[in-house]
Structures are given as structure tokens and as C-alpha cells.
Design a protein around this ligand. Structure first.
Ligand SMILES: Nc1ncnc2c1ncn2[C@@H]1O[C@H](COP(=O)(O)OP(=O)(O)OP(=O)(O)O)[C@@H](O)[C@H]1O
Length: 260
């Protein structure tokens, strides 16, 4: 059962400014160049989004490409300023994205150490959790090989393991579960359950309706930067499916047997 607020997002607007990106128009060649080079476009990526998350909730974020999901997550993680509105988070946050910064020339082991330090763990905490992380990532014999030798699935698993190692109060996951196999999905779901069980909050952006169904209790639906629905997973996915014509996967049990 959800408890006290862990995150408050209050009427948040987020804008990007892009320079020189407008398509030149008009008949004069010079005039077109001037308009093109001098132009500044404002992209209103998130428009007035408000919601409150609670300790112990796992929340999915869905919406079409470009609807503002990643932008919202990056702002919650503190990586993007808001144009207006406010975001309050109760506790530590960790953002796990497809582009999480791991060093391809360093081994998995070195990345665990560096990633752990970057997330604020002490060397002693990293040493204590090292084996658990290697297990979670399932990288086995590859531990001491440079990451460039890893498959995309192995890299994704390692990123997930490192990000969840800090036991953040708020874990933000941006499509990072998409590349894993069934076993990884199972392990990551267990890790998410653990974080939620320890009264943390998980916010997960995904295009995979089955991932959202199996991992989230509640769903936020963004459309052109606006929050158009916020409610129990089953209800929002049904509405999403009805309005977009996109099929959503059948429900799967929240906890299943471990895949060995
Ligand atoms: N760095 C940037 N500079 C300018 N515009 C950007 C930038 N990043 C995103 N945008 C624009 O902001 C809007 C929201 O993008 P965002 O990546 O948050 O959407 P998304 O819902 O995560 O999309 P997807 O599902 O494709 O990952 C889009 O119009 C996108 O083109």
C-alpha cells in the first residue's frame, strides 16, 4: 500500500532551445540563410505535468515517441532544469538509462567500482555488494574483460545492476530493461520488487506494455508533453489501447518462479 510522498512533481514545464534548426523558407537565398542561421526554436517537451509518487510505488510512464517521457525522468533525476514548476524528491535518486555512462575500455569489475563510487557508495560498500552485483548482471567469466567485448544484453544487465546497487530511494529507469532476455527481465523485476519492498519508489519508462504491466502498479500517460492519464495500470493501459489502437499485453503475475 502506498504511503507518504517520495516525489512531488508540481506543474512542471521543461523546454529545449535549439539553434539554427528551422527550415529556411522564402525565395531569396541570402534571406533564407539569415533566417536559418539566426533562428532559435523552443521545444516545449513537458507542459504542466503534476503528480505525487509515494514510497513503495512502482510507476510506469507511457506515451508516443517524443511525448516527453525521457525529459521528465531526466528532470526528476536533477539532470535538466525546469522552465517553471517544481520537483521535490525525498531521498536519493538514480537514473538508469540506455546511455548510462559506463567505460567500454574498462572491465566490468572496474565499472562496478567506478559506477559504485559515482553513485556515492564507499569502497567498503562496493566490496560488500560486488559479488551480488556480478550475480545480478550475470556476466560471470566476462567480469575482467573490457566492456567492449560484452553483448548489448550483458551491458544492459551490468548497467541495471550498478544503478540499483546504490539502493536509491527513487530509481528511475529509462527503457534500460528493453535489451535484456527473459532471465534478466525476471532478475530486474525481483530487484524492482526489492526496492519497492524497502519503501523505495521506481519510475519506469517503457514502450513495452508487457513490461509495464508486469512491473508497475500505476501508470502515467504522457501525450505531447501533457499528462493525459494517471491511474491503476490496468485502467490506464485499457484507455491507452482504446484511444491509440495499440494492443496491450495480457497481465502477467507480479512475481513468478525464478528462471534458472
Ligand atoms: N536535447 C534536445 N534538444 C532539443 N529537443 C529535444 C532534446 N531532447 C528531446 N527533445 C525534444 O523534446 C521532446 C520530448 O522528447 P523525449 O525524448 O523526452 O520524448 P520521449 O517520450 O522520451 O520519446 P521516445 O519514446 O522516442 O524516447 C521531443 O519533441 C524531442 O524531439
Amino acid at each position: 500500500m502506498a504511503e507518504r510522498p517520495s516525489l512531488v512533481v508540481d506543474d512542471v514545464h521543461i523546454h529545449y532551445r535549439t539553434f539554427g534548426g528551422r527550415r529556411p523558407t522564402g525565395s531569396s537565398w541570402m534571406g533564407a540563410v539569415r533566417r536559418h542561421v539566426g533562428s532559435v526554436d523552443l521545444v516545449k517537451a513537458v507542459r504542466g505535468v503534476s503528480f505525487v509518487a509515494h514510497h513503495g510505488e512502482s510507476i510506469g510512464v507511457i506515451g508516443h515517441n517524443g511525448s516527453g517521457k525521457s525529459t521528465l525522468l531526466r528532470a526528476i533525476a536533477g539532470g535538466l532544469p525546469t522552465a517553471s514548476g517544481a520537483i521535490w524528491a525525498d531521498g536519493s535518486t538514480a537514473l538508469l538509462g540506455v546511455n548510462a555512462a559506463l567505460m567500454r575500455d574498462l572491465s566490468g569489475h572496474r565499472n562496478i567500482v567506478l559506477g559504485g563510487l559515482a553513485l556515492g557508495l564507499t569502497p567498503a560498500e562496493i566490496a560488500e555488494r560486488h559479488d551480488e552485483l556480478v550475480d545480478l548482471a550475470g556476466i560471470g567469466d566476462f567480469l575482467h574483460l573490457p566492456m567492449r567485448a560484452y553483448s548489448s544484453g550483458m551491458s544492459a544487465r551490468l548497467r541495471f545492476a550498478i544503478s540499483s546497487a546504490a539502493r536509491p530511494d527513487l530509481l528511475l529507469i529509462d527503457e534500460a530493461l528493453a535489451t535484456g532476455d527473459a532471465e534478466f527481465k525476471q532478475r530486474s523485476r525481483e530487484r524492482i520488487d526489492e526496492i519497492v519492498g524497502e519503501a523505495g519508489t521506481v519510475i519506469l519508462v517503457s514502450h513495452s506494455m508487457s513490461t509495464i504491466r508486469s512491473m508497475c502498479d500505476r501508470v502515467l500517460w504522457l501525450d505531447h508533453g501533457r499528462l493525459v492519464a494517471d491511474g491503476p495500470t490496468v485502467d490506464v493501459l485499457e484507455e491507452y489501447s482504446a484511444r491509440t489502437g495499440r494492443p496491450t499485453a495480457r497481465p502477467t503475475p507480479r512475481r513468478t518462479q525464478e528462471v534458472s
